[in-house]
Design a binder for this molecule. Structure first.
Ligand code: UDP
Length: 334
């Protein structure tokens, strides 16, 4: 059974990927410093997979500590690097914090991988590297635009570091992950107040907020609200095991868009939540959010073909699961 190092393995996407790695026959070794996650996710993961996993409470920027884990474990086949800060808004306030952490942790990990002869890495990138695209859908050859935020800049820089490094790498450019495992047992325990649309909808549904504010309804889109490519996090997690299988057979550098290929508007998402869960949500139209991209969705043909992977879950299912998660997080009975 191949051991795979998973940095940030207790985070939102990391925890779902750990479950999928186990399902696919890999042995995940988790590194997480709990800076933006929770040990509740290890409890959830172990409940889902019905076995105990190894995890280390380590900051991935601490080279000695990370080295020790790699030495102690031995025989690690590859790394999946999730450990990074992810709030666009926070990155605008604290750009240095984002640069130091997101770029620093990748550099330390690559050093440690070199020392321990680990050659394969899967890296979490983001569709924000494309900025406001000129034509849609975006494919992997769409050029980078000037980054709209320090967060997005860190992803562009990390991609460039990987291109120059001697390792074999798969860069996965995520579109908008939503939902959670259908058990409702694992999910996003970020400390930050959510700024993403779906958690704001579920917080409104549970009564933590009065209302969802739609950031602008006069965009050049069919209903005037912004369009994104929302992907169920379990589909997204599965792309990592497929990427690992691919990288083991195909050395070198690879980049894939990971989305559904479909654009969905803010209003459509709110209505899908209302319909899927039969819950009323108050919403109103507010001002545009500065820096928002009008519309973006992915061309995922490359991942479909090369990775033999496709997003399968519907928006309806995502909305049911997102609501399960909100209730679980708040200890409501599901
Ligand atoms: N959005 C909104 N109200 C909110 C949060 C988000 O209308 O309270 C919109 C936002 O303008 C964007 C879409 O929902 O068009 C997705 O936003 P999110 O922050 O989830 O993802 P991102 O913009 O980073 O792709």
């Amino acid at each position: 059974m191949s051991k795979i190092l998973v940095t940030g393995g207790l985070g939102y996407i990391g925890s779902h990927t750990v479950v999928e790695l186990d399902k696919a026959g890999y042995t995940p070794i988790i590194i997480d410093n709990l800076s933006n996650s929770s040990t509740k996710n290890i409890i959830g993961i172990e409940q889902i997979i019905q076995k105990k996993l190894k995890w280390y409470n380590i900051d991935c920027k601490k080279e000695d500590a990370l080295n020790q884990v790699l030495l102690k474990e031995g025989n690690i086949h590859g790394a999946i690097h999730f450990a990074a800060y992810k709030s666009v808004e926070e990155s605008i306030k604290y750009p240095k914090k984002y640069h130091d952490n997101n770029i620093g942790s990748l550099e330390v990990l690559l050093n440690c991988m070199r020392k321990n002869n680990i050659k394969n890495i899967i890296f979490s990138s983001s569709c924000t590297v494309y900025g406001n695209p000129e034509s849609l859908p975006v494919d992997e050859n769409t050029p980078f635009k000037k980054a709209e935020s320090p967060y997005s800049e860190t992803k562009q820089i990390c991609e460039n570091i990987l291109k120059r490094d001697s390792c074999n790498s798969v860069i996965l450019r995520y579109f908008n992950p939503i939902g959670c495992h259908n058990s409702g047992l694992i999910g996003d325990y970020s400390n930050n107040k959510p700024t993403n649309l779906v958690p704001i909808i579920t917080e409104t549904a549970i009564g933590k907020r009065d209302n969802v504010t739609i950031f602008g309804d006069n965009y050049n889109t069919p209903d005037g609200t912004c369009i994104r490519d929302y992907i169920h996090v379990v589909d997204l997690a599965q792309s990592h095991t497929k990427a690992l299988n691919y990288l083991i057979k195909n050395k070198g550098k690879h980049v894939f868009n990971i989305g559904t290929g479909k654009g969905v508007s803010v209003k459509e998402i709110i209505n899908a939540f209302i319909k899927a869960n039969n819950i009323k949500i108050n919403y109103s139209i507010g001002k545009k959010r500065s820096g928002d991209i009008e519309k973006i969705w992915a061309n995922c043909n490359l991942a479909n073909k090369k990775l033999n992977w496709k997003a399968k879950k519907s928006i309806n299912q995502s909305m049911i699961d997102a609501w399960k998660w909100e209730q679980h997080k708040n200890n409501h009975v599901i």
